[in-house]
Design a protein around this ligand. Structure first.
Ligand code: GLV
Ligand code: MN
Ligand code: MN
Length: 434
């Protein structure tokens, strides 16, 4: 009975723990920014795990790594009783293009000094779901693919691999990535990729049957409510800008306070103002000044320039646009107030996206059948599912994050919760593709 099928928790934990050693920071976290040595090592490890499992391995021009159960190859292998665990690259290309594929995935990259669950759990759970289905010999109506997407976290671009696969990666995004063009170019080179290969990773829309992801919540709602599973209703939109407040370098001792054109004042005043505006007028949104770089940057020089890394998020498109213009207007006002010039560099935007209703209902039915409590919630974090908005049905589930900690080595989810999430993913795949 496929209804009784469950993933192998020990096998998934073994893989998860091995992965957490790659780029381990010694405090429970991992440091695997996109295309770093640790990130590439994690991907190599994943490739070896896939090949050892007898699943088919696939990679593309964006560096996405996948385990695949292709419908046709399995039928062929059933007939001939042959294994197809290697040498599939060319036949699979045709396959993936002609038979719709249900993607399950997440990402193996991390933020700098991040946690070991963000992304890694989703990839390991997806991989475990495929292994379980393969071992059970179940036939599905779609190709099934467990994918590790390149640069979900945005240390370089953000949702890079998924946007490339969805055919939504623009040359512009590669020209002015938020992590800086030199870091992107150097990273792609290290990974054996290029701008052209990135753009070639697009798959036809009709080849996508859907995208499902398991992730940790990265907030406290599930833990507080003592709920097992969160069914995601929507993912926030995310915009990033570099704001440059430009003044004039002067002697920090002999220049009077009145005479200074101090770039730090504009940047600081804007940061405080942005917080106030959002808290007062945009209660569903958040804003973050994640980094400020001072030039020349010395104790005894009035700052001539501050580059501020700005990010803001909203679950609603209209509100998102309104917040964008309010923040840009406010940045201009604060710059003017301190006699500064303002440079605005737009670094990319992912629209808010709604999750598929049918998939949400299926997740809920599966939770009910598994005796798991569930609630609907919106995601304040960005996820690769946003790249597939409008292209195919997208669904996500969350499992509780201890103390809501994330993007930090403190990130933790109890293993039984991870196993629950993987079983919900497995049973949902069987219902949608069985
Ligand atoms: C990714 O985790 C993001 O939301 O920044
Ligand atoms: Mn993530
Ligand atoms: Mn993250």
């Amino acid at each position: 009975m496929t209804k009784d099928l469950r993933i192998n928790p020990d096998r998934m934990l073994g893989a998860f723990n091995q992965l957490a050693l790659i780029g381990a920071t010694g405090d429970g976290g991992v440091n695997r920014p996109t295309f770093s040595e640790a990130h590439l090592a994690a991907r190599q490890w994943f490739r070896e795990q896939i090949e050892a499992s007898g699943l088919e391995f696939h990679t593309d021009g964006a560096g996405n790594h996948s385990a695949v159960i292709p419908v046709v190859a399995r039928e062929r292998s059933d007939r001939s009783n042959l294994r197809h665990d290697n040498g599939i690259a060319s036949s699979q290309k045709t396959l993936l293009a002609t038979t719709p594929t249900l993607l399950l995935g997440s990402h193996l990259d991390s933020v700098p000094s991040g946690g070991r669950f963000d992304g890694a759990l989703g990839v390991m759970a997806a991989f475990e779901v495929l292994r379980t289905i393969k071992d059970a010999g179940i036939k599905l109506k779609f190709n099934l693919e467990a994918i590790d997407f390149t640069d979900e976290e945005g240390t370089l671009v953000g949702l890079l691999g998924s946007a490339a696969l969805a055919g939504r990666l623009s040359r512009q995004a590669l020209q002015s990535p938020r992590g800086g063009r030199p870091a992107l170019v150097e990273g792609m080179k290290r990974a054996g990729l290029s701008e052209e290969s990135m753009l070639s990773a697009a798959r036809p829309k009709d080849s996508l049957a859907g995208y499902l992801e398991l992730h940790i919540e990265q907030g406290k709602r599930l833990e507080r409510a003592k709920i097992d599973v969160g069914i995601v209703s929507a993912i926030v939109g995310i915009a990033s800008y570099r704001l440059s407040f430009i003044g004039r370098a002067d002697h920090a001792g002999s220049t009077t306070m009145e005479d200074r054109l101090d770039a730090s004042l504009g940047a600081s005043a804007f940061t405080l103002a942005a917080r106030e505006v959002v808290m007062k007028d945009f209660p569903n949104c958040v804003v973050n000044a994640g980094k400020m770089e001072f030039e020349p940057g010395a104790f005894n020089i009035v700052p001539a320039r501050v580059d501020l890394a700005l990010e803001f998020r909203s679950p609603d498109e209209e509100e998102f646009k309104r917040l964008d213009s309010v923040l840009m207007e406010r940045a201009k006002e604060e710059a003017e107030r301190f006699g500064l010039e303002l440079g605005i560099e737009f670094l990319g935007r992912h629209s808010p996206s709604l999750m598929d209703t049918k998939v949400q209902h299926t997740f809920a039915d599966v939770c009910n059948d598994l005796g798991l409590s569930h609630m609907s919630l919106a995601s304040g974090a960005g996820h690769d599912g946003q790249s597939f908005d409008g292209l195919c049905p997208v669904g996500m589930i969350f499992v509780p994050s201890a103390d809501g900690a994330s993007h930090s080595p403190r990130e933790f989810t109890a293993w039984p919760d991870c196993v629950n999430g993987a079983n919900v993913l497995l049973q949902t795949v069987l219902r949608l593709a069985g």
